[in-house]
Design a protein around this ligand. Structure first.
Ligand code: DAH
Length: 345
């Protein structure tokens, strides 16, 4: 009996070794271990052997069964792996084929300037505010000390929609809006970048352009604050070595008013075609908020003072990136825009 079991075991082992696919392996399992399998039949025939030997034979059969089951499951794993490898081999794809490239857009130079300025001013405690492009005469002019008929209105060729509505000619309109909305609360520290419009039609001007306005109001704000702020602003945008020059000027909403020049960043102040041989480039308008403007918009000029400044985003972008023709900024030519790839985003 023992010899018979031993023989079954050896035959089964041989069969298992020979098998080379999962179906054949299953057949081997049924042949030896199934309900009518050879090893099972041995157990069934136990009645014919002496009682004392039964436990020994039973134990042996179980041992052989365990051994065979383990061999079968090992073989099964092996066959699974072979099948998987075969599959991987057959389904191989050629990953060296270049894929279709997805083109990423790039940020427009003006948006880059806006983001850079917003980051700078937010880091100094300013809020970024917004105002309507379709503005009223009241906010664009009257509340900024420019009553109807004021000669300085001629400085700005306005697109009027009706007698009261216009396309804002300057982001300064947001000064009045911010003061009115804050109802004499201080401090006010805001910048407002946005689109502005004028009836300009020569080659160096566009009828739509960008400006950024700054306004600070609190008790005890002085010209020194304005100077310090503009130094940080201009040096951050155009280089640490830039020098600033404050030239007295006139704006109806500031008193005193200044135009600010920056030392020419192309020639370093020696004189070149960019600065028209003067060594200086005009960069922004600024001044201390006019007492009339404070009063008209709800702030007591005896108690509060403030400064304001405004500049063109297009000019800043042109200076910063060395763009010589303003029309490039609005032509949407990808050959131009591609040059502002997202390198430093
Ligand atoms: N709004 C003026 C312009 O468009 C620029 C300006 C000048 C803004 C002086 C200011 C300022 O805030 O104080 O030419």
């Amino acid at each position: 009996m023992k010899a018979q079991i031993e023989q079954i075991k050896n035959l089964a082992k041989e069969d298992i070794l020979k098998v080379n696919n999962l179906q054949a392996l299953d057949e081997v399992r049924v042949k030896y271990l199934g309900k009518k399998g050879e090893l099972t039949l041995v157990l069934r025939g136990m009645g014919a052997i002496p009682k004392e030997e039964r436990p020994i034979i039973g134990e042996l059969v179980n041992k052989v069964r365990d051994e065979l089951e383990e061999l079968i499951s090992k073989k099964e794993e092996e066959l699974h792996e072979i099948a998987l490898n075969e599959k991987l081999e057959n389904e191989k794809i050629d990953i060296t084929l270049p894929s279709t490239k997805i083109k990423r857009g790039s940020k427009h130079p003006i948006n880059r300037i806006i983001e850079e300025l917003e980051d700078l001013f937010v880091s100094m405690g300013y809020d970024v505010v917004d105002g309507p492009e379709l503005e009223t005469d009241e906010y664009c002019f009257e509340r900024l000390n420019l009553p109807k008929g004021h000669p300085a209105r001629d400085m700005q060729d306005t697109f009027y929609i009706t007698t009261e509505y216009l396309l804002r000619t300057q982001t300064s309109s947001v000064q009045a809006r911010t003061m009115m909305a804050n109802e004499e609360k201080t401090p006010i520290r805001v910048v407002c970048p946005g689109k502005t419009y004028r009836r300009d039609d020569d080659a160096t001007h566009s009828h739509q352009f960008g400006q950024i306005e700054g306004l600070v109001i609190d008790e005890g704000i002085s010209l020194a604050h304005l100077k310090g702020t503009l130094e940080v602003f201009v040096k951050h945008m155009l280089g640490e070595n830039s020098k600033l020059r404050f030239r007295p000027s006139y704006f109806p909403f500031t008193e005193p008013s200044y135009e600010v020049d920056v030392s020419c960043f192309k020639c370093g102040g020696k004189g070149c075609n960019l600065c028209k041989q003067t060594g200086w480039i005009e960069i922004l308008g600024s001044g201390m908020v006019h007492p009339n403007v404070l009063k008209m918009n709800g702030y007591d000029p005896e108690k509060y003072s403030g400064f304001a400044f405004g500049t063109g985003l297009d000019r800043l972008a042109m200076f910063k990136y060395g763009i010589t023709d303003i029309r490039l900024l609005y032509a949407n030519d990808v050959r131009f825009l591609n040059q502002f790839d997202r390198k430093d985003d």
